[in-house]
Ligand binder design. Structure first.
Ligand SMILES: [Fe+2]
Length: 276
């Protein structure tokens, strides 16, 4: 190329002009190609974006649907568990209200122990269903007001394993099994069904053993007067290290002394607790 066109001949000048014209035509074509490419990419990106947005909307809709169904299923499960628990009480009038009170106190107790929402929800199921295995115990034994014979007692003891078997068949209730299976084990190993001792007993069983016994002592039975809560708490304390976990007993005593057992048994508070 020439830097100075002043000294060019006409022929050279014409060649120069032709050269630059062809160059500018080539460039213009390139630009057009690039512009077309860009436009195509922009359209593709636009399409992708729209597609992604639509996927996100679908996913969100799906998530909301699953969430809604999960909530409905949870409600259904709680209602079913409540109905199952009531079916036991209908057969055993001496324990009317027992499972409901045990559930309230158990939730308050586990809450004090720092359990979180999901675990509290399992605790509620376990407490409500702890005696569900009594479905498999004959009426004559279940309703017998006096002492059971050794044979009758053996049959009664089976309510723990029968209960666990019932829950085994319902996936959502499997985590509640330790409450059902171990609530009659004792810290000293003299309980049933397995005679486990100390921390061999899952915490769920050690918790429920205290709450279940507390409510049994404070509720009305045909063959004896109920104990006052204070007397029942004293009895629980006396049995720390023999019947009950000695580390859990002071927590339970604290629960009582802080007025949280009374509070748990009040209906309006319970509604709140049941909304776990
Ligand atoms: Fe029981």
């Amino acid at each position: 190329m020439f830097d100075d066109i002043a000294g060019l001949s006409r022929a050279e000048l014409e060649r120069e002009v032709r050269y630059w014209r062809s160059q500018s035509l080539l460039l213009a074509r390139d630009f057009a190609d690039v512009r077309a490419d860009l436009a195509r990419h922009a359209a593709e990106i636009g399409q992708l974006r729209a597609q992604l947005l639509s996927y996100a909307e679908d996913l969100n809709r799906e998530y909301q649907l699953v969430r809604q169904r999960t909530i409905e299923l949870e409600r259904l499960l709680v209602a079913t568990v409540g109905a199952l628990a009531n079916s036991i009480e209908a057969r055993d009038p001496y324990t009317r209200g027992h499972t409901d009170r045990v559930a309230r106190i158990t939730i308050a107790f586990c809450d004090r122990l720092g359990w979180k929402r999901e675990r509290l929800s399992i605790a509620r199921m376990g407490a409500l269903l702890h005696d569900i295995g009594k479905i498999g115990v004959p009426d004559a034994i279940l309703r017998k007001p006096g002492r059971l014979t050794p044979e009758e007692y053996e049959l009664m003891k089976q309510h723990t394993t029968i209960g666990a078997q019932i829950l085994q068949g319902i996936d959502a209730l499997v985590p509640a099994i330790p409450f059902v299976l171990y609530h009659h084990e004792r810290w000293d190993g003299k309980g049933y069904p397995h005679g486990l001792a100390g921390e061999e007993i899952p915490i769920e069983g050690r918790i429920l053993a205290i709450v279940d016994t507390f409510d049994a002592m404070t509720s009305v039975r045909v063959y004896r007067e109920p104990l006052s809560m204070e007397a029942a708490v004293a009895e629980i304390r006396r049995c720390a290290g023999t019947q009950f976990d000695p580390d859990l007993v002071p927590e339970f005593v604290g629960l009582y002394e802080d007025g949280l057992i009374h509070r748990a048994l009040q209906e309006e508070v319970t509604r709140e607790l049941y909304a776990i």
